[in-house]
Ligand binder design. Sequence first.
Ligand code: G
Ligand code: G
Ligand code: MN
Ligand code: NA
Length: 253
Amino acid sequence: LHLRGQLSQAVAKGEFEVHYQPQVELTTGRLIGLEALVRWRQADGRLIPPGAFIPLAEETGLIIPLGTWVLREACAQAVRWQAEGYPELGVSVNVSVRQWEEPAFMPLVQQILLDTGLSPSHLILEITESVLLSDPQDARMQAEGLASLGVRVALDDYGTGYSNLSQLQSLRIGQLKLDRSFVQPLPGGPREQALVQSALTLGQALDARVVAEGIETEEQLLMLHALGCPVGQGYFLGRPVPAAEFEVQHLQR
Ligand code: G
Ligand code: G
Ligand code: MN
Ligand code: NA
């Protein structure tokens, strides 16, 4: 069977898992959120990373049912963990352009919030600058609409795109995820640090909280903290793991 056929069957059979990666407040070390990351668990137990099937899912449109499932699953999981003593935990879910551009996207988000009982203020939808490519005006209105529901939009992989500041400024962004290519060279020198600082300044100007991605070492963490970055994510703080493992690693007090 070709990958396309396998993927379509996998969506029908529900062969996916959501893994969770912690987001930590750098001043306190407190867990404040998590990013949901989908994986494909094949019948033989093999785990396929999203990079290997998300592009195909986008191409075939299977990202619509798959993305809906991930969103619902992640919101339901966040509600369970909130009830278990983490009432402030937020959940971040990646959204493909294909999903974002569906006319039914906003009502779907609302329905899932209703069904799962997650408060809108605890949901963060991660998009990339590519949503600005086809219809910036529409993207602006959708971000506006989500903000009016109380849902925040995060700009993922910030620093790797090509949007100009005025486009970004017009998009209602609640969070800026600093791409790991800016984190990797830290502690670095004045130049590397200035790039991070410029992202922090932009975050302030946009009233968007900056989350540094891809923190792999303590040195990177300490430099980000010194530069005033509020939140971090990365292997040094925790890898993406299944829900049960996340509980063991991060939720046991
Ligand atoms: O986990 P990993 O680094 O392999 O993820 C690779 C890419 O897949 C990342 O860009 C991530 O944003 C994307 N991704 C992970 N989970 C989802 C998801 O549920 N939906 C979408 N659209 N993309 C996802
Ligand atoms: O594009 P997006 O930011 O959604 O991609 C998130 C992906 O980054 C996840 O699939 C996750 O596996 C990966 N990731 C998370 N932390 C780290 C890290 O510290 N280093 C690297 N190289 N990748 C990471
Ligand atoms: Mn992401
Ligand atoms: Na990213």
